[in-house]
Design a protein around this ligand. Structure first.
Ligand code: PLP
Length: 445
C-alpha cells in the first residue's frame, strides 16, 4: 500500500494556505520560491547538517489516520518530535496531545487555543510537583499503574481523571515498554479498590503495545485485556468512559494495525455508547516527514593505495559527517534504528550516475567517540569526497528530540516546506538547498 497513490493532497487554498501564518513569527523562517526556509546555513558553519521537514507529510498521515480509524481521536505523542510547527499543525487539525512532563504540557498550551482536556498526561510515574502543576493548568486526564501514584495524586490532584495503564504483550515491538510500565491484570482489582477508597475518579484504561510494533495482530489481545479491565472497573464501582489504545503504529503496517484494532473493538466493545476512544501515535505522524542532509567533513582512505571497488566485506574508506549518534542519529542507540544514506551531491553535481563505481565504506559522526558510528558498512561511490552531501530519509521520529550537543556540536536545524512533495521530490529539494550552500570541496584528493 502506498498512500502517495491513494490520497489526494489538498490544494493551496486548503489547509496549507494556513501554514505560512502558523509559521509567521519564526525568526529564521522565510518564504522563498513558495517554500518556507530557515536561514540556518550561512556563516562560519556553512556546511552544517540540516533537516527538511515536509509538513504536508504530517497532514497526509492525519488523513490516513482519519480514514482508517475514524472513531479514534489521535493524541499525538509529543515526545516523539516536539517540533513547534508539527504541534501547531496537529493542533489546527483538532488532534489531542500525549504529554510526559510539565515541559511538554507547557509547550502544547503555549500554542494557544488548546483546551487542557485535549491533553493526556500519559506518564504513569510522575513527580508530585508535576501532578500539582498539571492541576494548576487544568490538565486532569493522567495515567497511573501503581498504588503509590494513587496516594500521590490523591494529595496533589484529587480531581484528576485517572486512566489505568495495563500491561499488554510488547514482545513484537522494537522498543518494549512493559518492563517499565503497565499493571498486570492480576493487580487491577486491588488498584481500582484503592482508587475507590481514596475517592479518586478512574475514567478508563490505556495500554501501549511497544513502540515500533512489527506484529499488528497484538492489538487484538491488547483490546481483549482492556475489556477485562473495563469489567473489573464495573466490579469496583466505576463506569469507564475512555479507552486509550496507545501508540506503536508503524507506517508500513498502519492499515493492518487499524484493521486489527477496528475488528477487536467491534468484538470486545459492542456497545460503545458513551465511550470515547483515543490513541497516542508518535512515530506514525512524523517519521517520513523529516529528511536529514549531512555534509561529509572528512574522509580516511588507505594511503597511496588504489581503493578496491566492489563489495569487499571490510569498509575500505571511512567518511565523517557532521551529525552523529550524539545528535540526530541517537535513534540508532535509543530507538534501535538502522539508517541508509543516499548521495545528495558529489563533486558539486546533483546527478550521480547509476554506473558510478561503488566501494564498501563506513560512515561516522563528528565527535571524538568511537561509538559514534552511523553506518558500519554501506556501498558508496568511489569518488565521494569531503564537501559532498549525504541524505537520510525517515528521520522524523525520536531523532532531534533526544539530540545532545556533546563535544560542542550543535543540534541540526530544520528547514520547513509545505509542498506535499513525494519522496523523490524531497530528495531534489534537499539537493537544491545543499547547492545553495557554498562548501569548500577538497578537490586535491
Ligand atoms: N505513548 C506513550 C506513553 C509512549 O511511551 C510512547 C512512546 O514511547 C508513545 C505513546 C508513542 O509511541 P509511538 O511512537 O510508537 O507511536
Amino acid at each position: 500500500y502506498c498512500p502517495d497513490d491513494d490520497l489526494t493532497l489538498p490544494n493551496d487554498d486548503d489547509i496549507f494556505s494556513t501554514l505560512p501564518p502558523l509559521l509567521h513569527g519564526h525568526p529564521d523562517v522565510h518564504l522563498r520560491n513558495g517554500v518556507l526556509t530557515a536561514d540556518s546555513n550561512t556563516g562560519p558553519d556553512a556546511e552544517r547538517a540540516f533537516f527538511v521537514a515536509d509538513i504536508s507529510q504530517v497532514y497526509k498521515q492525519h488523513l490516513r489516520w482519519s480514514s482508517c480509524l475514524p472513531e479514534i481521536q489521535p493524541f499525538y505523542a509529543v515526545k516523539c518530535n516536539p517540533d513547534p510547527y508539527v504541534l501547531r499543525l496537529l493542533a489546527a487539525l483538532g488532534a489531542g496531545f500525549d504529554c510526559a512532563s510539565n515541559g511538554e504540557i507547557c509547550q502544547v498550551l503555549d500554542i494557544g487555543g488548546i483546551d487542557p482536556s485535549r491533553i493526556i498526561f500519559a506518564n504513569p510515574c510522575k513527580a508530585v510537583s508535576f501532578v500539582r502543576n498539571a492541576a494548576k493548568m487544568d490538565v486532569h486526564m493522567m495515567t497511573f499503574d501503581n498504588i503509590d501514584e494513587l496516594y500521590k495524586i490523591a494529595r496533589a490532584h484529587p480531581a484528576a481523571q485517572l486512566v489505568l495503564r495495563i500491561l499488554t504483550d510488547d514482545t513484537k515491538s522494537l522498543c518494549q515498554l512493559g518492563i517499565k510500565f503497565g499493571a498486570p491484570l492480576a493487580v487491577v482489582p486491588a488498584l481500582l479498590a484503592k482508587a475507590k477508597e481514596l475517592g479518586l475518579s478512574v475514567i478508563g484504561v490505556s495500554f501501549h503495545v511497544g513502540s515500533g510494533c512489527y506484529e499488528p495482530s497484538v492489538y487484538t489481545d491488547a483490546i481483549r485485556r482492556a475489556r477485562a479491565a473495563f469489567d473489573m472497573g464495573v466490579d469496583a464501582g466505576f463506569h469507564f468512559s475512555l479507552l486509550d489504545v496507545g501508540g506503536g503504529f508503524e507506517d508500513a503496517l498502519f492499515e493492518q494495525a487499524a484493521s486489527f484494532l477496528t475488528d477487536a473493538i467491534d468484538t470486545y466493545f459492542v456497545d460503545r455508547s458513551g465511550l470515547k476512544i483515543i490513541a497516542e501515535p508518535g512515530r506514525f505522524y512524523v517519521s517520513k516527514a523529516f529528511n536529514l542532509a549531512t555534509n561529509i567533513i572528512a574522509r580516511r582512505a588507505p594511503l597511496g593505495e588504489t581503493v578496491a571497488t566492489g563489495s569487499s566485506e571490510q569498509p575500505a574508506v571511512m567518511y565523517y559527517i557532521n551529525d552523529g549518534v550524539y545528535g540526530a542519529f541517537n535513534c540508532l542507540l535509543f530507538d534501535h534504528q538502522v539508517v541508509h544514506p543516499y548521495v545528495l551531491s558529489m563533486g558539486c553535481s546533483f546527478h550521480v550516475a547509476a554506473s558510478e563505481p561503488l566501494q564498501t565504506s563506513s560512515v561516522w559522526g563528528p565527535t571524538c567517540d568511537s561509538i559514534d558510528c552511523v553506518c558500519p558498512s554501506v556501498q558508496l561511490p568511489l569518488a565521494l569526497r569531503a564537501g559532498d552531501w549525504l541524505g537520510f530519509a525517515n528521520m522524523g521520529a525520536y531523532t532531534v528530540c533526544a539530540a545532545s550537543q556533546f563535544n560542542g556540536f550543535q543540534v541540526s536545524k530544520t528547514i520547513y516546506t509545505t509542498g506535499g512533495f513525494r519522496p523523490t521530490e524531497v530528495r531534489a529539494l534537499l539537493a537544491k538547498f545543499a547547492s545553495e550552500i557554498r562548501v569548500e570541496t577538497t578537490a586535491d584528493v
